[in-house]
Design a protein around this ligand. Structure first.
Ligand code: ZN
Length: 84
């Protein structure tokens, strides 16, 4: 299933391909970048806790109208965080 795409280098994706193969190549490039990414447990845990903290803050304490109104009923059903 290997096509004859012998173009390699930084300008390989600049060549006009018909839609899906370019997208597939870009996805494979991102998979390679992710596999090469090597971060320590400390940084992983920091990223994880920051993500969880931001999510909980957005759901429970955000005053942005769109987010606040969307989670309004959920927040009242929790009966933990008063909002009015
Ligand atoms: Zn309320």
């Amino acid at each position: 299933m290997n096509r004859s795409e012998n173009s390699s280098g930084p300008h390989a994706t600049r060549t006009p391909v018909q839609g899906a193969p370019g997208l597939y190549r870009q996805a494979r490039r991102h998979v390679h970048m992710t596999r090469r990414l090597d971060i320590s447990l400390y940084r992983k845990s920091f990223l994880y806790l920051a993500l969880v903290g931001l999510t909980l803050y957005a759901v429970l304490f955000s005053t942005t109208p769109a987010v606040h109104d969307f989670f309004h009923e959920f927040r009242h059903h929790l009966m933990l965080v008063p909002c009015h």
